[in-house]
Design a protein around this ligand. Structure first.
Ligand code: AMP
Length: 207
């Protein structure tokens, strides 16, 4: 089964994708994580991506599509994938259709103010990438690996509002795109995390 997660920045896509992919035995593929790994390694792709990410803009379609074509060649992608952060434009969705068939699109719905508040409180482990909310987690190091918790450079309010605008303009048309294929499941992204993961898994199991 191949699944796309859609949702504005801060809808909890990454957290939910990690949980659901483990439970459903799907490979979790996050383009944001892939790009951040390139930035950390200082590659040419990383340098290019950083110039867009820091402004809250999307990395150009051609760059992302090439990166994903390569990713889909890897063995773990053959047994079903959960795509987190890809596709983000109609051009990316069309390119994806030429590579694999999408069985389900989970739309994590969430309103703008909840999002801005969530993102501004987000802390990420600089070592293992685990995500925490400063509202509920008060330590300054990761409880999984002891790494230092940092604020993602693109998690400031100005960039967050720009990312939300870009989402509305370029990514939200994908809801319609997948609606036409009859594969969309809408989920309230403000539910408690465990309940939400449970609900998504049961919706996917009916597929
Ligand atoms: P995320 O971790 O999914 O919020 O992604 C962080 C940033 O990486 C986004 O704001 C974009 O700048 C970039 N990015 C991630 N995925 C894509 C994509 N599919 N297309 C274009 N840019 C992307």
């Amino acid at each position: 089964m191949n699944v796309v997660f859609l949702g504005p920045p801060g809808s909890g896509k990454g957290t939910m994708a990690e949980r659901v992919s483990k439970r459903c035995g799907l490979a979790h593929i996050s383009t944001g994580d892939m790009l951040r790994a390139e930035i950390k390694q200082g590659t040419e792709l990383g340098k290019l991506a950083k110039s867009y990410i820091d402004q809250g803009a999307l990395v150009p379609d051609g760059v992302i599509i090439d990166m994903m074509k390569e990713r889909f060649q890897m063995d773990d992608a053959k047994g079903g994938v959960l795509l987190d952060g890809f596709p983000r434009t109609v051009a990316q969705a069309e390119a994806l259709d030429a590579i694999i068939a999408i069985d389900a699109c989970v739309n994590l719905a969430c309103d703008a103010e909840v999002i801005v508040d969530r993102i501004i409180s987000r802390r990420v482990c600089g070592k293992c990438g685990a995500v925490f909310s400063a509202k509920h987690y008060h330590a300054d190091c990761c409880d999984k690996c002891g790494g230092e918790l940092v604020v993602r450079p693109d998690d400031n309010e100005t960039t967050v509002r720009e990312r939300f605008r870009v989402y509305e303009e370029q990514t939200s048309p994908l809801i319609d795109y997948y609606e036409k294929k009859g594969v969309v499941q809408c989920v309230d992204a403000t539910m408690p995390i465990e309940e939400e993961a449970e609900l998504i898994c049961s919706l996917l199991n009916q597929k």
